[in-house]
Design a protein around this ligand. Sequence first.
Ligand SMILES: C[S@@+](CC[C@H](N)C(=O)[O-])C[C@H]1O[C@@H](n2cnc3c(N)ncnc32)[C@H](O)[C@@H]1O
Length: 327
Amino acid sequence: MNNEKKPTGVDLLSTAAPYILPYLPPADLSAISLTCKTINLVAKSVSVGRSSDASRNSEKHPIPFINSGVDNHPYAYFTYTPTQIISFTDNPPRQPWGSCSNERPGSTLSRLKSVEDGSACECERSNGDFLGCPCFRQRLPGLIWECGSGCMCVPECRNRASQGGVSVRLKIVRSLMKGWGLHADQFIKDGEFICEYAGELLTTKEARKRQLIYDKLASNGKHTSALLVVREHLPSGNACMRINIDATRIGNVARFINHSCDGGNLSTVLVRTSGALLPRVCFFASRDILKDEELTFSYGEAGLNSTGSKCFCGSSCCSGFMPSEHT
Ligand SMILES: C[S@@+](CC[C@H](N)C(=O)[O-])C[C@H]1O[C@@H](n2cnc3c(N)ncnc32)[C@H](O)[C@@H]1O
């Protein structure tokens, strides 16, 4: 005789729900949480997991959302990518987030630490020739050349500072006037790498199309977008290359960095890596940054390009209005 009890519908539901619910966007999660007690409990734990780490275990430390009673937003929903990707024309694929089974990758995501004495960089030598590494041949203002697949050096090489993802402790804090903002959760030294601006790489045509949609959505005051346009001036001085990165649907923590009219405490640097076709846009501390300070940079000059949206950066030179990028 078989004494084993057959699982009930509730048993099956509580087994399956933790695997399915982390794939749901907030509106669907909230709707399904009303169906029964079991689902409600799982939905609550998914929300708690989401607000505890925006990076979905992709970065070295968790990056929590902090909302100390400003409003009822526990987190912002988007698909996470630690580095730039080619754009999606359709909706991005669903990514689970908030599951308690997610494990921080730790050593599997080869963490790159800077080596103070520089002796780890073997790329300077090629057959005994110290001019072997392409990264050291060209240095231009606002541009850093890092070692890459074309170099012989170890991942710990100090000339790969921006390649290991976010290694400083950060948090995403809600404010009444600016929405979410990225803050330091530790002291950060002047010049330290903070994060890449990761998102979808767009053609200029696609960037212009999306900007029109975002401007329309923003006019009802409920939508924030994160489309960054950076221009790389070529050595001739006569031409420049445009890089359009949209972190609105798919991005990383850089999508939460707010604007400051005084230039803020971050510098925007283009990083070219040996062996890679396209540069990456990276943020470095432009001065020492204290724990809890908000991280900001200038989106551009307000002047004639202003969208008319009010700026709440609070700096002494605030123009009162947010700059806009003419895409
Ligand atoms: C890249 S997002 C930054 C993250 C955003 N605060 C959020 O909650 O997702 C850019 C948007 O943030 C808001 N923002 C950024 N800096 C601001 C500032 N100084 N004053 C007011 N709003 C700001 C604007 O709505 C802007 O369109």
